[in-house]
Structure formats: structure tokens, C-alpha cells
Design a protein around this ligand. Structure first.
Ligand SMILES: [Mg+2]
Length: 376
């Protein structure tokens, strides 16, 4: 049996230490199974940038009336539909901050990278038009990982695109361009473009006193999944099916595009935001933008299976929609199969009272923004 250790990557070559005795140098060239019709590129050695781009281009190719020209030229060319505005958002995911190479499956990292952008598009009630991805990867993530049986498996980068492109296909979002770079730390920056009829986008700033507060889906599932990931002992006690179910909201959050589109088309919501940083923090953002206050009723919160009240209030990355609706509007129980829950109400803002409060056991207390904070 061989034990192979990567010694260094230098001058276009990999130096590998074999069984701690022998050092082999392998030039960095590329071969791909794409030519034989396989759906996934398999890099037997580290690919060059051009080969990697070519493989991604083949996989990302999909017809869309919005794209005149996708990957392969200096710019993509998009067609803007008459009467539409462009909604644009960008999200950076970095190893050690937004995901961990050691614990997150590559497919989940790819899925989450795109889901973050799509969720912002959903919060505006827009439809996705195109995604652009800048990807920085250490070279070892582009070559097959040796498995325990000494057989090659797909490179991390291929599995990353498996996850990203599966979600892109589900939401008819073409990957229309991007950039690649060899880096010491893995990072993925996604740009999403959405189209929305002029003047109709859902904004954070339209909530009015008297409106009711609603959320889609359940809350705290992603934080509960992350807690499980960080506690292997607790995780091992759960049956495999339960463990997978509990991890799914963290690994594979579902952007609520159909729900955002429904709210905008029917003019139901006065304001909306997606829950990326946690309910307590994102509700503060919405109240700040609308210059209102809000009260959340703890007893009404749709807490995800296995999650705590704390995780539902402050855990980020649920990617559900939080929105406000005038009280005279009767809301459906579900939109496109996803439950809708009233969780509180909007009130007038007063300097002396907190912007956001939590009602529990008949007492109302300030609800501080204790969700995800950037730069801490
Ligand atoms: Mg957002």
C-alpha cells in the first residue's frame, strides 16, 4: 500500500513523497472524462486554468432566452426583458468562515454558495437571470482525492460544481461566467443577477405600523445542523436518517424563489428580507429600513425539528423569507408547498422603546440582534 504525501507544488509540478522514502515529481497536466460524454470532469492530475474553465463551460452550458452569450468570451451578453429592472447581489464564502473543508461536503459548499445569492434574489421577488462565480482554490482541491481503497474519487472542485449546478438547474439559473484562481484558502464569490418588473421589487423599507410579520418554512434548522456537525458524539447517537435530516437545512438550504415571486405578483407583502443573518438581526435590518418597530411572539415561532428557541431567534443561514403583510390581507397557509407562519406584528417606532421586542409568557423584552455579525 502506498502512503503519498503532497510535499509542494512548484514550477508547474507536484512533488509527492511516496511511503516517506521516495519523492516523485509529476507535471501538472489535465485529462478529463468529459470528452467521452461523462457529466462530470475528472482531473487525474491538477488541471490548468484553461482546462478547468473548459470543463466548467461544458457542464454549465444551458439554453436561456436571457443569455445571448455565456462563458467563453470577454463578457457574457445578457438580454434584458422590456420593462424589467436588474436585481444584483454578491456573496463571498470563505473556508473557515462560511464553511469548513474538513466538515462540509463539497456538494454542500457548492449548493450553499449559490443558495446565498438566490435567496437574495427571492427576497426581492425577482427571477434569477444568471450567476457569475469567482472561485479561488488550493491546487490539491482540483485533483482526485485518494480513497481508503487507494482508488481515485472525484476532485473536490468537481463535487463543488455537482452541488452548485444541481441547484442552478432546479432554479433555471445559467452559470454565465466567472473567474478562477489558485489560492492558499478556498473561497467562492457568487454574483447573481435577477429580473423584476420595474418598480415592483419587494424592499425592506415598506413595512407600516399595523402590518403582520410572517416567515416561510421553519427557523433554527441550519444552526441546529451546524451544532450537530460540531458535536460528533451527539451526532453519532442519532440514527443515520435522523442525522441526515437534521443536517440538511444547514448543508442544503432552499432559497424561496417561488414564494418571493408569489408575494410580489399578488402585491401581498409591504416589505421583505431573507433570513441569512438570523431572525433577530434581519428583523432589525427590516425595522431600520422601514423606520418601524416590531414584536415577535415566541409561542408562534415555527421552530425546526431539533432546534432550540435561541437557534430560531439568532441562528443564521435559514434562508427563509421574513415579510410584512397588511392585517386585512388573508394569507394562505402555504405557498408552493412551503408553510407560511405569522410570528408577530409591526408597530410605530418610538425613541424610548426598543426597535424589536420578544413576547414570551406575557412579558415583552427587547430582542437584541444576536445573529451573524460580520467582522467579529
Ligand atoms: Mg439578503
Amino acid at each position: 500500500m502506498f502512503r503519498i504525501t503532497l510535499v509542494c507544488v512548484k514550477n508547474g509540478s507536484l512533488r509527492l513523497d511516496v511511503n516517506s522514502r521516495e519523492t516523485r515529481t509529476i507535471p501538472l497536466t489535465y485529462s478529463s472524462s468529459m470528452a467521452s460524454g461523462s457529466q462530470s470532469p475528472v482531473f487525474t492530475q491538477a488541471p490548468g486554468e484553461l482546462e478547468l474553465i473548459a470543463a466548467i463551460r461544458r457542464r454549465a452550458a444551458r439554453r436561456s432566452p436571457d443569455i445571448r452569450l455565456g462563458i467563453g468570451d470577454d463578457c457574457a451578453l445578457l438580454r434584458i426583458r422590456p420593462g424589467e429592472e436588474l436585481a444584483v447581489t454578491t456573496d463571498l464564502s470563505v473556508d473557515g468562515r462560511h464553511f469548513r473543508l474538513g466538515t462540509h461536503p463539497p456538494e454542500a459548499v457548492g449548493h450553499r454558495t449559490l443558495a446565498r445569492g438566490l435567496s437574495d434574489i427571492a427576497a426581492m421577488g425577482a427571477r434569477p437571470v444568471a450567476a457569475f462565480l469567482s472561485l479561488g482554490l488550493p491546487v490539491e482541491l482540483t485533483i482526485p482525492q485518494l480513497t481508503e481503497n487507494d482508488s481515485d474519487s472525484k476532485p473536490w472542485s468537481t463535487r463543488f460544481f455537482d452541488g452548485l449546478l444541481a441547484l442552478a438547474t432546479r432554479h433555471k439559473t445559467p452559470l454565465a461566467g466567472g473567474d478562477l484562481c489558485q489560492t492558499t484558502q478556498a473561497a467562492a464569490d457568487i454574483v447573481l443577477l435577477g429580473g423584476v418588473p420595474r418598480g415592483t421589487a419587494l424592499l425592506r423599507s415598506g413595512a407600516r405600523p399595523g402590518d403582520l410579520l410572517y416567515v416561510t418554512g421553519t427557523l433554527g434548522g441550519s444552526a441546529a445542523g451546524l451544532a450537530l456537525l460540531e458535536d460528533p458524539a451527539a451526532s453519532e447517537k442519532l440514527p443515520q436518517r435522523t442525522r441526515s435530516k437534521r443536517l440538511a437545512p444547514h448543508f442544503y438550504p432552499q432559497p424561496r424563489l417561488a414564494q418571493g415571486d408569489y408575494l410580489r405578483r399578488r402585491k401581498l407583502a409591504t416589505a421583505a428580507i431573507d433570513l441569512s443573518d438570523g431572525l433577530s438581526t434581519d428583523l432589525h435590518h427590516l425595522c431600520q429600513a422601514s423606520n418601524v418597530a416590531a414584536e415577535v411572539d415566541a409561542a408562534l415561532l415555527p421552530i425546526a425539528a431539533g432546534a432550540t428557541l435561541e437557534q430560531a431567534l439568532h441562528g443564521g443561514e435559514d434562508y427563509e423569507l421574513l415579510f410584512t403583510v397588511p392585517p386585512e390581507i388573508k394569507m394562505p397557509k402555504a405557498i408552493a408547498g412551503v408553510p407560511i407562519t405569522r410570528i408577530g406584528c409591526v408597530m410605530a417606532a418610538h425613541k424610548s422603546s426598543p426597535k424589536v421586542s420578544l413576547l414570551s409568557y406575557e412579558a415583552s423584552e427587547p430582542l437584541l440582534p444576536r445573529g451573524w455579525q460580520h467582522f467579529v
